[in-house]
Design a protein around this ligand. Structure first.
Ligand code: TMP
Length: 241
């Protein structure tokens, strides 16, 4: 597979063309941002960890029948994926209150929900990714009703698989963000990444944060936390095999 010209650079990844028009290469960077790019930094080794972890989780989800964009890991930072048209929604699933949910509704972090909840943000940096409801997403033509239902169904199914996996690693999956894309045939697949950048992961015993909140909130030990969560995942994956 030939790594062609760079066609996009995001906050945490670069995207390259390949010699197959239906495939792209994503390359994970160590760059970290928060608060819509206002806070910037580097988390050494993050790109390597996120690439490896996201691919392992995508493989696990694929085995459970979840359609994904993942094709093949090409290198420590590079992965071959199917080219999709990204649905401009950030899909957030929560099992426990934290972050913007706690702030918006005035509740402490750590409230365990009786059932998982979901919300959408409109993926639009200029607007600061505002919260959006189903009807608004339909009114703006971001997604069809059928696609929205499929995205919700997949998101909750993914939550079930990931929650069980992280529990087996001694880690609590608090919440996470997903993105979905459309293949040329119109079908919806899981895209983007699943990593400590996009999930809240707390040690089940101590509650220690093992995710990007250490960077967002200046908690220190950021690189160590990324290494620790990767080691936990590898332990869990070893047991799954
Ligand atoms: P929030 O509580 O700040 O809305 O974040 C919910 C989840 O989404 C959390 O696991 C972190 C993740 N997330 C992203 O992946 N990208 C983002 O830009 C934001 C704001 C959150």
């Amino acid at each position: 597979m030939i790594k062609g010209e760079q066609i996009y650079e995001g906050k945490a990844k670069k995207v390259f063309a390949t010699d197959d028009p239906g495939l792209l290469i994503v390359s994970y960077k160590d760059d970290a941002t928060a608060f819509n790019g206002l806070k910037r930094g580097t988390i050494e080794g993050k790109g390597i960890i996120n690439n490896k972890m996201s691919n392992a989780l995508m493989r696990m989800l694929r085995k459970r029948g979840i359609p994904t964009h993942f094709v093949e890991e090409l290198g420590e930072r590079d992965t071959l994926v199917k080219k999709v048209e990204i649905v401009p929604l950030e899909v957030i699933v929560r099992n426990i209150s934290a972050g913007s949910f706690s702030k918006r509704y005035g509740v402490d972090e750590g409230l365990v929900f009786s059932e998982p909840t979901i919300e959408f943000s409109y993926k639009n940096d200029a607007l600061g990714d505002p919260l959006i409801n189903d009807c608004h997403a339909l009114a703006l033509g971001l997604v069809s009703r059928e696609e929205l239902e499929e995205i919700k169904r997949l998101a909750f199914e993914i939550n079930g698989v990931l929650k069980d996996f992280w529990t087996s690693c001694g880690v609590t999956l608090v919440d996470f963000k997903l993105e979905f894309g459309r293949l040329p045939d119109g079908s919806i697949v899981l895209a983007d990444e699943i990593s400590p950048d996009t999930c809240r992961l707390w040690d089940s015993e101590t509650g220690k944060k093992l995710d990007k909140d250490r960077f967002r909130r200046d908690l220190g030990g950021v690189e160590d936390a990324y290494r620790e969560i990767m080691a936990r995942a590898e332990q869990g994956l070893g047991e799954v095999k």
